[in-house]
Design a protein around this ligand. Structure first.
Ligand SMILES: *Cc1c(COP(=O)(O)O)cnc(C)c1O
Length: 251
């Protein structure tokens, strides 16, 4: 069995440095084109399938928010990163579908779940968070984004527009959860990108009209972050453009 390395190789660090500069420049350009400050968009590095050593390197390069979509993989990685960079204040976001039997594990490390799309999931998270807070294993309520589905395809996660405000109302009544905004992924087929992000922008506005503090809009990934920023995104979730096609062997 090979020992896992303590740090990323110098070549890998150089690659991540260059990729990060490119992504930051794209964000800055998109913000400039939209007349927005580059500070108005947060970069969440999607580190699913990359090793903890790469996360540590990205921390060294100034990133602090990381997105993961597999709870088991993330739970192990969070612990490894805490060992590698004990002084870093790291914020972990869950960005994928969550099975309710994984909720107990994630409330120990997640600052935010971006993918809440049902009352059942909201309730499971709320219960687990409140229990963890009662027993001193967690300090703050869980930040929650409601995942919105542009095309209503139930297989890809997200809630259709007709149910958005009902779920928001429910989440805002959960003591363990804090409703911070909306998340969406543009559909791969069907709706053209421009139209999809215009729709996402209007869903975010609808949410804000009822819940003024739900100001976060997490939209845009490697391929479409520029369009997303033009349509009001405040968080971009970037994987491939930042870390390449690297894969952990467990995948
Ligand atoms: C993987 C993933 C991303 C990152 O996608 P890239 O195209 O690799 O940047 C963003 N959001 C979600 C929900 C993801 O699952």
């Amino acid at each position: 069995m090979t020992q896992s390395p303590v740090s990323a190789s110098p070549e890998r660090v150089a690659e991540l440095t260059e990729r990060l500069a490119t992504v930051r420049a794209r964000i800055a350009d998109a913000c400039a084109a939209a007349g927005r400050s580059p500070d108005s968009v947060e970069l969440v590095a999607v580190t699913k399938t990359v090793p903890a050593q790469d996360v540590a390197a990205l921390i060294d390069l100034g990133l602090s928010a990381f997105g993961e979509n597999r709870i088991q993989e993330a739970t192990a990685k969070v612990a490894q990163v805490a060992q590698l960079r004990p002084a870093a204040r790291v914020r972990w976001h869950v960005i994928g579908g969550v099975q309710r039997n994984k909720v107990k594990a994630l409330v120990h490390w997640a600052e935010r779940v971006e993918s809440v799309d049902s009352v059942r999931l909201a309730d499971a998270l709320d219960t687990a968070v409140r229990r963890a807070m009662d027993t001193g294993q967690r300090r703050d309520p869980l930040s929650v984004l409601i995942q919105y589905s542009v095309d209503g395809d139930p297989n890809r996660g997200g809630i259709p527009r007709a149910d958005l405000l009902r779920l928001a109302e429910h989440v805002s009544g959960c003591a363990g959860l804090r409703l911070d905004g909306l998340m969406a992924v543009a559909p791969l087929v069907g709706t053209p990108t421009e139209e999809a992000f215009a729709d996402i922008e209007s869903a975010a506005a609808e949410l804000r009209s009822e819940h003024p503090s739900a100001t976060v809009l997490s939209a845009g990934m490697s391929g479409d972050l520029d369009v997303a920023i033009r349509h009001g995104s405040t968080v971009v979730r970037v994987g491939t453009a930042l870390v390449g096609e690297r894969r952990l062997t467990s995948r």
